[in-house]
Design a protein around this ligand. Structure first.
Ligand code: ATP
Length: 439
């Protein structure tokens, strides 16, 4: 792939209103990004699709949306205060810090101080949680944390969900929301940021009697994540790898983890994760809070901590992978080939000429009909070729032109983004053509 691909995508995102650098008028803030008019549509489409797939269309998963700031005891119980750290080394020449395990960045830094032998400090643990204070006193007693993951707010509400719904094991609780990590070396556009959104499910299962019993759920979720990546996000399956994380490299809570990696232009990196957390979280919250966090089987009366399989999907990394996978450039023609279900605009409507009221009125009437069901763009500037090029860059699957023939026989030209094929269809058919493309 073209080496400049990330620069091209970053520039397209800004030019077309997908993603802007945050607080740019004040010189920006590194690795902080804002979603613009097209970006927020893409983002919302991905969220909604995820919610439909994993919550609304299933009988065994319920949703929730928790607060970002919790009682700090949550993070003591979860192990984040003690263990959510990265090992940091510091260059003794310029005092820049790097993650010890990011060997390529360390090597790159050594080449910056050409010819000088760099001495690195011993690795120190650095906690990634953002601290802030509740109330007017900036005191240790008032310290709270911005959540570094959405998972814990699901665990602390486990009993609330049990008592307020009719869920029975196995079942899941899903959440989409912001998480914050004071990453030492963020970068690669929106790949690693300090503020990002996660789409997570905690899937609770009965205590497994053997390995096969949890493995079957794990494998099911591994397949579901592939289905999401390939069929919902439309990512190229040849760029996706399942990396089974060896014992020594897994998080403190996990008995098995698979990282789903994607071939980003800057290397093969983690896109999503799947972890078997056993009963680690509910057990620790019971110990710390003194509250019963067990599930009670209605038939046997038995009480136990269910085990947990956790599919964890980053929303921002989903967006980045979709942007990269969709970017097509051919003879100066740039196309974002989003699946229709993800595309910010599902269609664009053009009157052939902008100075003919009869064409404008007819085109406006189609625009108003389509807008009742879909996000639709309107463009009456310049020539049709330029309008097509502009919609190709925005990833709009269909462009519909109203011309003089429309006034005679009520047909319009519909032009398909990927094939560039044009055909005439009845004015009244357009709505169902777009609708069918979303399936
Ligand atoms: P990494 O190894 O890249 O730091 P992680 O293993 O710490 O990621 P998890 O804690 O498993 O990540 O988080 C689950 C998901 O949340 C990741 O798979 C990723 O999609 C997303 N994610 C994690 N950290 C970030 C970040 N700093 N910026 C954007 N997305 C992130």
């Amino acid at each position: 792939m073209d080496n400049n691909i990330m620069e091209k995508i970053t520039s397209l995102c800004k030019r077309r209103g997908f993603i802007y650098p945050n607080s740019e008028i004040y010189g920006g803030l590194s690795n902080s990004w804002d979603f613009g008019p097209l970006g927020v549509e893409l983002k919302n489409n991905i969220k909604l699709l995820w919610w439909k797939k994993f919550v609304r269309s299933r009988n065994d998963i319920v949703g929730m949306d928790a607060a970002i700031i919790s009682n700090p005891k949550v993070w003591e119980a979860s192990g984040h205060i003690a263990n959510f750290t990265d090992p940091l080394v510091e260059c003794k020449i310029c005092h820049q810090r790097f993650r010890e395990d990011f060997k390529d960045q360390i090597k790159n830094h050594e080449s910056i101080h050409k010819g000088i032998k760099i001495v690195w400090t011993e690795a120190k643990k650095f906690n990634l949680m953002f601290k802030t204070f509740i109330g007017p006193a900036e005191d240790k007693a008032d310290t709270v944390y911005l959540r570094p993951e959405t998972a814990q707010s699901i665990f602390i509400n486990f009993k609330n969900v049990l008592s307020s719904t009719r869920v029975k094991l196995p079942f899941g609780i899903a959440q989409i929301g912001k998480a914050f990590r004071n990453e030492i070396t963020p970068g690669n556009f929106i790949f690693r940021t300090r503020e990002f959104e996660q789409m997570e499910i905690e899937y609770f299962i009965p205590v497994p009697k053997n390995e096969i019993e949890w493995q079957k759920h794990f494998t099911y979720w591994q397949e579901q994540i592939h289905d999401w990546m390939e069929n919902n996000l439309g990512l190229n399956s040849e760029k996706i790898y399942d990396n089974d994380i060896p014992d020594a490299d897994r998080s403190h809570y996990s008995k098995k983890t698979i990282d789903f990696e994607y071939d980003f232009p800057f290397g093969r990196k983690e896109l999503f994760g799947l972890a078997y957390r056993a009963d680690y979280d509910l057990k620790n919250h019971e110990k710390k809070s003194g509250k019963n966090m067990k599930y009670r089987d209605m038939e046997s009366g038995e009480e136990f901590w269910p085990h947990v399989i956790e599919p964890s999907m980053g929303l921002d990394r989903s967006i980045l992978a979709v942007l990269i996978d969709s970017y097509k450039e051919n003879n100066n023609r740039i196309v974002m080939s989003f699946k229709s279900s993800l595309a910010p605009y599902k269609a664009a409507v053009f009157p052939l000429l902008s100075n003919k009221p009869e064409l404008i009125n007819k085109a406006k009437s189609l625009y108003d009909i389509l807008r009742q069901s879909f996000m639709v763009a309107w463009d009456d500037r310049g020539n049709i070729g330029k309008r097509y090029a502009s919609q190709d860059e925005a990833g709009t699957p269909y462009c519909i032109t109203i011309d003089f023939q429309t006034l005679e026989d009520n047909t319009v030209t519909i032009r398909e983004r990927d094939s560039m094929n044009q055909r005439r269809v009845d004015f009244n058919e357009v709505d169902s053509i777009i609708y069918n493309s979303l399936k």
